[in-house]
Design a protein around this ligand. Sequence first.
Ligand code: TXA
Ligand code: MG
Length: 324
Amino acid sequence: MHPSSTEILRPDPDGLARAVALLGRGDLVAFPTETVYGLGADARAGAAVAGIFAAKNRPGFNPLIVHVPDRRTARRYVVWNDTAERLAAAFWPGPLSLVLPLKPGHGIASLVSAGLDTLAIRVPAHPLAQQLLRAFDAPLAAPSANPSGRISPTTAAHVLNGLGGRIGAVLDGGACAVGLESTIVGPQGAGAVLLRPGGLAGERIEAVLGFALASRSDRSRPSAPGQMASHYAPKSSLRLNARSARAGEVFLGFAGLGGGLNLSRAGDLNEAAANLFDHLHQLDAQGQAIAVAPIPFTGLGRAINDRLQRAAAPRPERAARQAR
Ligand code: TXA
Ligand code: MG
């Protein structure tokens, strides 16, 4: 795409209507939030979400934050608790994301949470983000609207510099007021974990909670490596670049290889990305080792291979057990 093929939409009813039309057909639209510009896609559409990773050229799949217009809508997608209620009442709309368990029947594409059973969700305060979410009437998955490894954009011009020609449009809402990504908190039981410092100071959160936030390192003890806060890994072992299943294995196919579960019979890497975590979950539930067909290292194939290689690598827990 030529850089000029990315539409610049004005913050008026026509601009919003065009943004909604583009999102509705699976295109990507960057939009302003009070923190940074987000690169939005319909969070229910796996292929659209896969497009986010392709446009950003991300070498791996990180879970994304879902944006909704209000607390009531958030509660459709995640299992709510008292701590979440107190934080949302105090800070939403605003620069705070909450990580909570996904609710059954949530309808969010599995690529959004990178296969985790939790979801990061927030209610942005920027008026244009609010208008877009209400007009689109569906949750938007949105990471910061910059190419992977570059700094987060706080103006529409920054977005165009980084992603011009790679996305459908940018909704121009001027400069972002906060300029730092949202603070991410995981309310758990009686406590809460600070998963990422950001635009809302931890002290303000602690003042509302009346107790200290735990830090992520308190939690990622080596006793639970498969439970790392931000990575889903199958319980079963994985064998890569397999042509077929051996005895005791189930097969995950790609393109012409594999007549059962197949990431994309057409060999389409975006489709494969959209299916990746769903298919791994399905095969993992069968409790057998998983053999995976070769995936090309082009486009989203890099991120797919990155995730498969991490899943195939010996985990500390497994290695320790084997050493005993
Ligand atoms: O301010 C913001 O948060 C911006 C605007 C656009 O809303 N978005 C943003 O998204 O910063 P992104 O993709 O750049 O960062 C998302 C962060 C990642 O660090 C990811 O690991 C974490 O959220 N995250 C998402 N889902 C998670 C989950 N289920 N558990 C733990 N961490 C999660
Ligand atoms: Mg980012």
